[in-house]
Design a protein around this ligand. Structure first.
Ligand code: IVH
Length: 671
């Protein structure tokens, strides 16, 4: 009996350790070693054992992330060391002034700094005692914050127990809770669909998520965190520099932004700033600037602080992502699925360095919620690759005699009735594929880079082909001949021939790309990939019912319903049966055995001259490789373009093979 229970304890401890390890690989290093299914199996086993033996449950067990009981209100937490804020700089001169002040005070001629991405979220303090997460709090007024322990525990990237053997007795980790752009988009589109509150930006959404009284709601918001410093600590000698401190936090299993580097003097700071500013929209999360911190901790202590901000750090802000401008008109666009999208035509305005002339208003419900009218002064926001949107109206600046806007009752392209079903936010044209707009969009999507990648089939050309009734469905594309094409406007013999070749090349296509290309509502690249690799063939997907589809990872009831609906439309089946005759569809098993780079992990840094980063990524994935976002011992190759970031240094330190652009092109067969 005693022996049995010792074995049981050992099994529970081993499961916890393994789950903690794999959680760290997945959420912090972005480099998993096992499949999701395998992880789930381990977690389920632990859950079962804990259910049978509740006395074995501990607070830091991976099963205990989401407590089931909502709190009535947040308690108050007094920070043992205050949570400071930062002085801001808005131009290069202010950075130079800061550096001069630091040099003067330290009486040195040159200073070493750490430049870090300034994450746009909310500051939190997470307290570990003997390595176990015991409390988490918001910044509040810097001295007192709110107790958000239950909510921070739901953030998968935050370890419930620190990794490693040498751990401080007390460690207050300071960091930023944020939401990735992808999670933000997902959240807002589901909120929009349900007619619920839509968030203005990822920061507000993260704040809303963290301040939920019910931790189950927080858990559903997929928040993330990056650690950037330490408050109180005891029982450990902290490293002598900020850069080593960040590395140490990483070793303890905490997520630390890879966007950081040790730099010297103003030039080094500004170089980092310019590089990050150029790449800020590719990071996948919002950063609103760069923080420069004097690297030496001893120097930091000598510099001290003024008011509530340290003299040894400075926030250099990026140009704002929000601006105000006026609405000169509202146009209506018709999408691939017939959705009518109102788009505000704007007085051109520069937002974050790019001129914006249009911004989406999403749908009728959103227009009503924000009450956007022609003539209004509005706040527009542009973030990442996301389409600029109207965030809100400034009511004080509304001119007299404006009228509320209503979407038209007929499709502006084909004249068919436009309907908004009860309880739905979106108004749709009922013209189906008779509507030229829907046809154009579905062909555009089919030919796009991540779908069939038909080079040379641009928007203008598609418009001509649809208008002339030469192409009614995507299958018709493969019946075009060079003569017909050459006779079109702005097409010569050469470009006609190129297009025919591109069409020919696109005929061999992986199942997952084809699925994505079909434009089934709610089936993006990831879902298409998941469907293809789980079900294996177009036949299997076509004949799967909702129940079978929901067994596929990532596929919920909504997607399952859309897939079944898509494959039950006679028109779609007709097109698919034609495509089967025209294309060579490569099923997933075949793709992976032929994959030259299967099992290899790549990390990309800097920019490539000859292709955008997402193309490099999809090419690698097409060859079976995995592309990770940070360098670790598991990385096989680092591809370094121009102006590489700190990943290159890390790769060198770990002696990982580094490929320049030319070597990379040769490897993928693009040279
Ligand atoms: S250091 C003593 N580092 O910016 C220094 N802050 O404007 C305190 N922030 O409240 C902050 N990224 O929420 C630091 N890499 C970073 C940061 C960062 C974002 C936030 C933090 C702070 C605010 C100050």
């Amino acid at each position: 009996m005693v022996r049995k229970s010792r074995g049981l304890r050992r099994r529970v401890a081993s499961l916890r350790e393994r789950l903690q390890h794999h959680n760290h690989r997945y959420y912090v290093l972005d480099d998993p070693e096992i499949s999701d299914a395998e992880y789930d199996r381990l977690l389920r086993e632990l859950q079962e054992l804990e259910a049978l033996h509740p006395e074995l449950v501990t607070a830091d067990s991976p099963t205990q992330r989401v407590g089931a009981t909502p709190v009535a209100a947040f308690g108050e937490v007094r920070h043992t060391l205050p949570m400071l804020s930062l002085a801001n700089a808005f131009d290069d001169q202010e950075v130079a002034d800061f550096d001069r002040r630091v040099r003067d005070r330290l009486e040195v001629s040159e200073v070493e700094y750490v430049a870090e991405a300034k994450l746009d979220g909310l500051a939190v303090s997470v307290r570990y005692e003997a390595g176990v997460l015991v409390q988490a709090s918001t910044r509040g007024d810097g001295t007192r914050g709110e107790d958000v322990t239950q909510n921070v525990r739901t953030i998968r990237a935050v370890p419930l127990r620190l990794l490693g053997k040498k751990i401080p007795r007390v460690l207050d980790v300071r960091g930023e809770v944020y939401m990735t752009t992808a999670a933000f988009e997902r959240l807002n589109s589901s909120q929009r669909e349900r007619g619920a509150k839509v968030f203005a930006n990822p920061r507000n959404a993260a704040a809303g998520g963290l301040r939920q009284l019910d931790p189950r709601v927080t858990a559903s918001r997929s928040l993330a965190m990056f650690a950037y410093g330490v408050g109180e600590s005891a029982g450990f000698r902290l490293p002598g520099t900020q850069s080593e401190l960040l590395a140490k936090l990483g070793e303890w299993g905490l997520p630390v932004s890879p966007e950081r580097a040790v730099v010297t003097a103003v030039e080094g700071c500004l170089e980092f700033y310019r590089d990050l500013n150029a790449r800020r929209h590719q990071l996948g999360y919002d950063v609103d600037g760069v923080v420069y911190k004097v690297n030496s901790r001893e120097a930091q202590l000598r510099l001290g602080q003024v008011a509530r901000a340290p003299r040894w750090a400075l926030a250099h802000k990026f140009p704002a992502q929000e601006q105000t401008t006026t609405v000169i008109g509202i146009d209506v666009q018709v999408g691939r699925t017939g959705a009518l999208t109102p788009v505000a035509r704007l007085e051109p305005v520069k937002v974050g360095g790019v001129t914006v002339t249009n911004a989406t208003l999403h749908n009728q419900a959103e227009i009503e919620r924000k009450d956007v009218r022609v003539g209004d002064t509005v706040v527009v926001r542009r973030a990442g690759d996301v389409i600029p949107e109207v965030v809100r109206v400034i009511p004080q600046r509304r001119p007299p005699k404006t009228r509320p806007y209503r979407l038209p009752k007929k499709c502006p392209v084909c004249g068919a009735e436009a309907l908004r079903p009860e309880g739905q936010a979106v108004t749709r044209c009922t013209g189906g594929l008779f509507c030229p707009a829907q046809r154009r969009q579905s062909i555009r999507h089919f030919a796009s880079r991540r779908a069939l990648d038909i080079e040379g089939l641009g928007v203008k050309l598609i418009e001509q082909l649809v208008a002339g009734d030469r192409v009614r469905t995507v299958a018709d594309l493969y019946r075009l001949d060079a003569q017909t094409l050459a006779a079109l406007e702005r097409m010569g013999e050469k470009s006609a021939e190129n297009l025919i070749n591109a069409l020919e090349k696109s005929k061999t296509v992986s199942l997952s790309r084809l699925l994505y290309a079909l434009g089934i509502p709610d089936v993006g690249e990831a879902t298409a990939h998941s469907l293809a690799s789980s079900l294996g063939s177009l036949d299997a997907i076509e004949s799967a019912d909702e129940e079978a589809l929901q067994r596929v990872p990532d596929v919920g009831p909504v997607v399952a319903r859309e897939v079944v609906a898509f494959f039950s439309q006679p028109h779609n089946l007709e097109v698919i049966s034609e495509l089967r005759k025209l294309l060579r569809i490569v099923d997933p098993e075949v793709v992976s055995t032929g994959a030259r780079l299967a099992g290899k992990t790549f990390v990309l840094t800097g920019s490539l001259e000859s292709m955008p980063r997402d193309e490099a990524k999809s090419r690698l994935e097409g060859l079976g490789a995995k592309v990770a976002s940070s360098v670790s011992k598991k990385t096989n190759y680092v591809v370094a373009g121009s102006e590489p970031g700190s990943k290159l240094d890390k790769a060198k330190a770990l002696e990982i093979e580094i490929l320049d652009e030319e070597a990379f092109r040769r490897l993928i067969g693009a040279a």
